[in-house]
Unconditional design. Sequence first.
Length: 113
Amino acid sequence: MLKTYIYKNVKIFRKNGVENHLKKNKIDKVVTVGLTTPHCVSTVTRMSDNLGFETYLVSDATAAFAIKGADNAYYPAKQIHTVSLTTLDNEFAKVLTTEELIKKLNLTEAIQS
């Protein structure tokens, strides 16, 4: 059964008791989406993995903004997003597109119902 929980806080696991809730209900998979990839998404993804959850990050359901670095260089959003995903993939999460995640977790029936 597919269960969806939406939290809008980077400290979701400890501050809101989500870690205890997930473990108590034997939920072992976490899917991360949102804004922005190098900030909140990265933090939640790393925390999820560190707490022992099987973690997935949906690459086309996250995004980043362009930033000006400490070196005064401009880094475009696409580059920031790609580098952020790269640092997380296969280290803290499996990075997948929405379509890949649906196939991987056999979610087609759950989404249609």
